[in-house]
Design a protein around this ligand. Structure first.
Ligand code: ADP
Ligand code: MG
Length: 238
């Protein structure tokens, strides 16, 4: 049993099964990357972990507790999307602490958590600004701050960098990696970018057509691809 267990999970929309018997056991502190081409089922799987999508069969559990029916807000899971929907009329500080306020966390604690996260993400100087006054990279940091401030058990990312330009993407990749090394949070990170998968992950699940084609360390995936799809997609030497 791992920290986050995905056991024999399938997902169907109507009669169409889009995820087939997915099994992944994720250890605490792992950085697991789900990688694969568009439409292979990455976001659907992440959505099921977050509780935004129902599970057709199988179980997802955290620390041994099945969470299939648990409401998203009760899962202690935080998610960062590609389109970081910040509240335009709130300041950065309000955006980050809004969730805590909703959960009844008292102001002194909120301020403390805000201070810690702002320092960590180096956005201390931006707290009074509105999202419209921020660059793309800064906005992405605020979105991460909003997720981090809740101190989640699991951190989910769905292609968080795909809207950023190439240079910023590389910078943010480095930052996310540093953040993980520092906090050792359990992360499940979705991307269609092989380099991102190779550089960020402790393990990679390569997906294609709703199947996990291979699950392994970057080195295992690269050196010993399980099939032609993995070899081609991950660019292993022939
Ligand atoms: P990815 O994130 O890897 O690009 P998705 O998880 O978004 O893939 O989609 C996986 C498959 O499920 C695709 O074939 C997609 O068309 C289908 N799909 C996703 N959401 C829905 C939905 N709400 N209704 C019907 N089919 C869907
Ligand atoms: Mg997707």
């Amino acid at each position: 049993m791992g920290f986050l267990d995905i056991a024999n999970v399938t997902k169907s929309y109507g009669k169409l099964e889009v995820l087939h018997r997915v099994d992944i056991s994720i250890e605490e502190g792992e950085f697991l990357v789900l990688v694969g081409p568009s439409g292979c089922g990455k976001s659907t799987l992440l959505g099921m972990i977050a509780g935004l999508e129902g599970i057709s069969s199988g179980n997802i559990s955290i620390k041994g507790r099945v969470i299939n029916g648990v409401h998203p807000s009760k899962r202690n899971i935080a998610m960062v999307f590609q389109s970081y929907a910040l509240y335009p009329n709130m300041t950065v500080a309000q955006n980050i602490t809004f969730g805590l306020e909703m959960h009844g966390v008292p102001k002194p604690e909120r301020d403390k958590a805000l201070g810690d996260v702002a320092k960590l993400l180096q956005i201390d100087h931006l707290l009074d600004r509105k999202p419209g006054q921020l660059s793309g990279g800064q906005r992405q940091r605020v979105a991460m701050g909003r997720a981090l401030v809740r101190d989640p058990d699991v951190f989910l990312f769905d292609e968080p960098l795909s809207n950023l330009d190439a240079k910023l993407r590389v910078d943010m990749r480095t930052e996310i990696k540093k953040l993980h090394e520092k906090l050792k949070t359990t992360i499940v990170y979705v991307t269609h970018d092989q380099i991102e998968a190779m550089t960020l992950s402790t393990r990679i699940a390569v997906m294609y057509k709703g199947y996990i084609q291979q699950l392994g360390t970057p080195k295992e995936i690269y050196d010993t691809p399980a099939n032609v799809f993995v070899a081609t997609f991950m660019g292993s030497p022939a």
